[in-house]
Design a protein around this ligand. Structure first.
Ligand SMILES: [Zn+2]
Length: 104
């Protein structure tokens, strides 16, 4: 049902979309070496949920699936190393995204 609502709002005025989508998310970044956690809180006006995208080859069967894929822990490696203040070095991290508040 929510997915239908989103499809319906596409192409409508930005204000309408903002009102639907505005919220806060928290990114938890954990260093895999020292286990130190840091948080980054971000506001978003428009939660871009790639439910389906030909270009990125994303084919989620539902909005729930898209949300699940969005918040699943992500392990950043190789080119995506993160500078840990505690280790004073570039480290591997796990990043978790949590939605704190959604104005729907
Ligand atoms: Zn560290």
């Amino acid at each position: 049902m929510l997915f239908d609502a989103i499809e319906l709002t596409l192409g409508k005025s930005p204000t309408f979309i903002n009102r639907l989508y505005e919220g806060t998310m928290r990114n938890e970044i954990q260093c895999l070496k020292c286990r130190n956690k840091s948080y980054k809180v971000e506001k978003f006006m428009d939660l871009s949920l790639p439910v389906r995208s030909e270009f990125e080859k994303i084919y989620n069967s539902s909005l729930e699936m898209a949300l699940f894929n969005l918040i699943k822990p992500e392990r950043l490696e190789k080119d995506n190393q993160y500078f840990c203040e505690q280790c004073r070095a570039k480290v591997y991290i796990i990043m978790k995204m949590r939605l704190m508040q959604l104005n729907t």
